[in-house]
Design a protein around this ligand. Structure first.
Ligand code: HEM
Length: 470
């Protein structure tokens, strides 16, 4: 469904002063409460621009303007209820999310539920488990150092897009971890190009779903969408078949999945299921870390005091040698920068769930099939839970300080918590340390940053930057 109506996006708030930086965010929505068409048009470009000032505060609210009951939960105790206590009733992803991803990921873990999810979750958790970090960290170090060498060759003042650079970096890392030796840099960029094109074609909101038609209207498989899908599948299928035929026994995630299946045929992981899980891990692990690293460069470029603290810590912990996995537990300030970045710009800013049966949240009767949304974006900027919620302050995560339980959920929480949490945190800290040891990143003159949430939260037009050797 395409609308030709246009709405102007909200203004961006961004302020800086000495030792203070309040990074870019859309001005809260101030239109009339029932201006659904405008809200819908805005939301299709960026969900975050339909939130009002009051939405950021602790509350649970419902809206029934269209056919479906929409519930927004922004209180830690009720977040716990939805995502953990009553996980069985709210485990199902919103049909909008399922529709957006099903052609690409099939029944992959990210969008599956019920028995499929129950059976596959331990399997996937196991193969991305933190015990396997030493092997994955090898890929992280290797690929980040390749980028260091490439950046060293850049002519001074060359403008590059940090989002694309970080996208290439994390694609290469996750590709080597998931597919092993059998994937070339060309293959990895082919998969990323396919995903990127797929994402740009997928609509944010399926109006038919919000209007109450149960599962919404499936995405139209346009020729461009088909091409995007076949770019991704072409590469993944070839690698999967190689693993299935025993041509690659390289300890990669795909290799382990194939071996599990061979040992336990009752798992029923056929070629399609293997491809879906491999594509899921690739997608879940690539975009999220790329977006986080991109936001880190934006924040550090605007917060010289934080950048200096990052540099000092890397020098103290790693000396002049390249940072390694062993250094990660000692990089406290770098970790705090990553945590603060994930607070301000959670890559998955909305967690939408479809209620299986009637329920009750904070005195509101939840109807079967209601869409219940927990938004890390709102929760992480809730002024009732955070001091100076829109400011970049890595110190808030230092010295053992921890947020109120269930108020900080960049990796979600409960049984569906991100399976790659340790992988993602380690990768982000390590890549930050390896690159920041050698370079400063500066925004290209005239760059304005607009956060926009489509499948993930990214700077809408990328992040043009220049790279400066230190
Ligand atoms: C900074 C990095 C990352 C962030 C912020 C992040 C965030 C998330 C979030 C919020 C979810 C839950 C989504 C929902 O419930 O709707 C999720 C799920 C998932 N993530 Fe991550 N993720 C990151 C990195 C990774 C990495 C590196 C991998 C794999 C190596 C990964 C694999 C997965 C998988 C497989 C799921 C589905 C889990 C399930 O439904 O049971 N993620 N992630």
């Amino acid at each position: 469904m395409r609308f030709s109506l246009r709405v102007s996006p909200p203004k961006i708030i961004e302020t800086r002063g000495k030792g203070v930086f309040e990074p870019a965010r859309p001005e809260p929505f101030t239109g009339p409460p029932r201006d659904y068409m405008r809200m819908f048009l805005l939301a299709r470009k960026d969900y975050l621009s339909v939130f009002r000032k009051g939405d950021y505060r602790s509350h649970v609210s419902q809206m029934r303007g269209l056919g479906r009951q929409l519930i927004l939960v922004n209180v830690p105790e009720h977040v716990k209820y939805v995502l953990a206590t009553r996980h069985d009733n709210f485990e199902r992803k919103s049909p909008a999310m399922r529709r957006a991803l099903e052609y690409l990921l099939g029944d992959g873990l990210f969008i599956s539920d019920g028995e499929t999810w129950k059976q596959r979750r331990p399997l996937v958790s196991d193969i991305v488990h933190k015990n396997r970090l030493p092997q994955f960290a090898g890929h992280m170090e290797e690929v980040a150092l390749e980028l260091v060498r490439r950046w060293q060759e850049l002519p001074p003042e060359t403008v590059v897009d940090a989002l694309a650079e970080m996208g290439g970096l994390t694609a290469e890392i996750i590709a080597r971890a998931v597919f092993g030796d059998d994937i070339s840099p060309g293959d990895a960029s082919e998969v990323v190009a396919g995903f990127t094109s797929f994402q740009s074609l997928v609509d944010n909101i399926n109006l038919a779903y919000v209007a109450g038609f149960d599962n919404g209207i499936p995405l139209l498989k346009t020729p461009r969408l088909r091409r995007a899908i076949s770019r991704v599948r072409g590469v993944i299928d070839r690698v999967t078949v190689n693993h299935l035929e025993g041509r690659n026994q390289d300890g990669s995630m795909l290799d382990l999945l194939v071996r599990r299946q061979q040992k336990n045929p009752e798992l029923g992981l056929d070629r399609n299921a293997l491809r879906n899980e491999a594509a899921t891990i690739f997608m879940a692990g690539q975009e999220t870390t790329a977006a986080t690293l991109t936001w880190i460069w934006y924040l550090l470029a605007n917060a010289p005091w934080a950048e200096a603290a990052v540099h000092a810590e890397i020098e103290r912990v790693c000396g002049s040698g390249p940072p390694t996995l062993n250094d990660v537990p000692k990089l406290d300030y770098c970790r705090a920068v990553v945590e603060e970045t994930l607070r301000l710009y959670p890559p998955v800013p909305l967690l939408g769930r479809q209620a299986r049966e009637a329920d009750r949240i904070a005195g509101i009767d939840v109807l079967p099939s209601a869409l219940v949304t927990v938004s890390p974006w709102l929760l992480h900027r809730n002024p009732d839970l955070w001091k100076r919620p829109h400011h970049f302050m890595p110190e808030r995560f230092l010295g053992g300080a921890r947020p109120v339980p269930y108020s900080y959920i960049p990796f979600a929480i409960g049984p569906r918590i991100c399976a790659g949490l340790q992988f993602g945190m380690t990768e982000t800290i390590l890549c930050l340390a390896i690159l920041a040891q050698r370079f400063k990143v500066r925004l290209a003159p005239g760059t304005t940053v607009r956060p926009a949430s489509r499948l993930t939260l990214r700077p809408q037009h990328g992040l043009p930057v220049t790279i400066h050797p230190r």
